[in-house]
Design a protein around this ligand. Structure first.
Ligand SMILES: Cc1cc2nc3c(=O)[nH]c(=O)nc-3n(C[C@H](O)[C@H](O)[C@H](O)COP(=O)(O)O)c2cc1C
Length: 334
């Protein structure tokens, strides 16, 4: 798939997730096979003021590219200035967040609130289009609530304003992240526009991604929560590996992810990130809850890594992939 002039090398890609999809995790997803990664949402006003937090979110590894950077905002001029800055920082694509459901965001007229006023959204997209030479994309929901499903109207407007691609997460703002994502709405957007459409929502495997593409006609698939603790979900070949090779691959990815976290962040934030991601990496394995309890008791990056390594060695799976230690046996705290 191509977004404007940018070649996207594979059909699945990591979804933006605030507090999670920072540079280390994005690079890991990219190395596992994500065709495009996106920064978490960045407030345009904060970016224009060069706040340290906004600058930290915009940091990336050159090896991540192609990389989309995502903006949050409602004022066309401020958004246009922020977009120009992201382009200058190296964004291959600038994405506008039109789907964030959080009350503190929508209450200020940003995120999913942009879908409620289509003419105002058109003015924003016009300003962004003028400010950018790189491709411009948007990420939308199906609508504000069940009474206001306007993804198709917004998509058509976006295409006519020069937007290069659209991601559809087909839950409404009112649904937030709960309930099943109604994929049929992705298909309605695909039928309504000629630009590439990426589908999103409830994809946890390559098989799910292929099913979404077959059912909706979308050109690519974005995976969010299904990639937490499972960045190998983006790999075409991982599922075909024998269990021991899968385990070795996972161990290598997890160790590299933690090394990147420790290189990229100062110690206190590195600890928070390692705790969060290592807890996700235990999911589906024996004793996960015991291990997670120990993980969140640690106070240093070295310590959390030791806890995880001990755990990982204890849950070596047998050849058919079952953890060797039964789920109900106590895990040594060490
Ligand atoms: C913790 C969390 C943070 C998120 N942050 C963002 C964000 O910054 N920008 C955005 O467009 N979507 C954000 N999303 C939405 C995801 O990108 C995605 O649309 C949603 O999780 C549905 O996909 P999934 O079912 O594959 O998780 C976030 C979702 C979660 C769970």
């Amino acid at each position: 798939m191509k977004i404007g002039s940018v070649e996207i090398p594979s059909v699945t890609r990591l979804a933006p997730m605030a507090g999670i999809t920072n540079a280390p995790f994005r690079l890991i997803a990219r190395e596992c096979g994500s065709g495009l990664t996106t920064t978490e949402e960045m407030d345009a006003a904060a970016l224009s003021m060069h706040t340290p937090h906004a600058d930290a979110i915009a940091a990336y590894y050159p090896e991540e590219r192609p990389l989309a950077m995502q903006l949050l905002g409602k004022d066309p001029d401020i958004l246009a200035r922020a977009a120009a800055r992201l382009q200058q920082l190296g964004a291959d694509i600038v994405d506008l967040n039109m789907g964030c459901p959080m009350r503190q965001i929508t209450g200020k007229g940003k995120g999913a609130a942009l879908m409620r006023d289509v003419p105002a959204a058109a003015r924003i997209l016009r300003a962004l289009r003028r400010a950018l030479t790189v491709p411009l994309t948007i990420k939308i929901r199906s609508g504000w609530d069940d009474g206001h499903l306007n993804a198709v109207e917004v998509a058509r407007m976006a295409e006519s304003e020069g937007v290069d691609a659209i991601t559809v997460h087909p839950r409404t703002r009112a649904q937030r992240h709960a309930g099943r994502a109604p994929w049929a709405i992705i298909g309605e957007v695909v039928d309504a526009v000629r630009i590439p459409v990426t589908g999103n929502g409830d994809v946890r495997s390559m098989a799910d991604a292929r099913r979404m593409m077959a059912e909706t006609g979308c050109q690519s698939v974005m995976i969010g929560r299904g990639a937490l603790g499972r960045p190998w979900v983006f790999s075409e070949s991982f599922e075909a590996l024998p269990p021991e090779a899968q385990r070795d691959d996972k161990a290598r990815v997890i160790a590299r992810h933690c090394r990147l976290i420790r290189e990229h962040f100062r110690e206190t934030y590195a600890l928070v990130q390692m705790q969060k991601h290592l807890a996700w990496y235990t999911e589906g394995l024996g004793h996960a809850s015991d291990c997670r309890r120990l993980i969140f008791q640690t106070r240093a990056a070295d310590e959390v890594w030791e806890v995880f390594e001990r755990y990982w060695d204890a849950v070596r799976p047998d050849p058919v992939g079952q953890p060797a230690v039964p789920e109900d046996a106590p895990l040594a705290a060490g």
